[in-house]
Design a protein around this ligand. Sequence first.
Ligand code: PLP
Length: 417
Amino acid sequence: MVTTRTGNTVDWVRVRDDFPILASLGSREQRLAFLDSAASSQKPERVIAAVDRYYRETNANIHRGVYDLSERATAQYEAARHMVADFINAASPREIVFVRNTTEAINLVAQTWGRRHISAGDLILVTTMDHHSNLVPWQLLAEEKDARLEAVRITDEGVLDLEHLDELLAQGPRLVAFPHVSNSLGTINPAAEIIRKAHDAGAIVVVDGAQSVPHMPVDVQALDADFLAFSGHKMLGPMGSGVLYGKLSLLEGMPPFMGGGGMIRKVSLTRSTWADVPARFEAGTPSVGDAIGLGVAVEYLQGIGMDTVREHERELTAQALDRLREVPGIRLLGPEDLDDRAGVLSFTLGDIHPHDVAAILNEENVAVRAGHHCCQPLMDRLGVVATTRASFYVYNVDEDVDRLVSGLHRAQAIFAS
Ligand code: PLP
């Protein structure tokens, strides 16, 4: 039992045991220490069972069926939308669009709101620490519209240079896109402040919440975010589940993203009119079982409490940072202050290639990621080609930190000899 600073008592080992993939040894001698949740999380039994149950008991296409099964599938799918809305405190479930992932959510905004509202010469702001998913869609749009794209710089510590943001905002951008939490540095950006300033400058704001929504309380109304994109598969939900939140007034003014069944009101041979939001953005048969699984993942996280999730990851991060600093040759990236960083630890280890570090850790069944983490501009800024990245979630325990640290000492020793 561990009592967090927020006063909640949680048995984190029992939480870990909710995840079948972590509870069994599989073919290995040691249990899996899974430290790659920033890429995709593991799934608790409850989510796996919900998806299984859907296919066994409720599987049918939704919305237009007049038979029981279809009505039940529709009810569960729409209930999941309500749960997600509640989770991020959206004003209405109609503000929740189910997509496959963060990437699709951001492309949806770029190709609908962006195509309609961005014109030649307009300025779009991104940041140096953005994931490619929050860069490339804006590059495509800027190229198509002959718009300008500028990136807010970061400091050497890996935080956004807010003075540079102010300078760029003074040029009156139409749109500001930024990551709430950096997937490579762990930096938590001051989202409310950035959004307020961007709104004062007349911009619409797209928040990439892929690394924040799974790990901390996120309240879209308190933030006043215009759009928030996140991936269900990074928050204990099924692969192929993701969400675009958009303010209703903005979504209602947007043309469709894809055309087809489900998103229309009336179709003639030469033209069509569009369904109401959010159906307008959910063309074709959706991933019904995945959305239902995401609803269950949300309930699971709410059962722990997002403040408690954040606190647990903060404690693991504090421990890990303290102990990693003792590993010879390590260069830890990202801010020092625990208030400014989430449970993502990126580092280099002397001149040992990050892939070699990850391979040595894998020998001990410790799973970390190595590479550019889809942040090539950030890697260029940091002067590295790649890093090793360990990331925490609800199922990680102190023992995982021990194994990460001892694995790194071993990697050091192997390469020193
Ligand atoms: N944005 C950030 C900050 C991410 O970390 C990721 C995935 O790692 C993405 C976007 C893309 O997420 P997905 O692959 O689920 O679309």
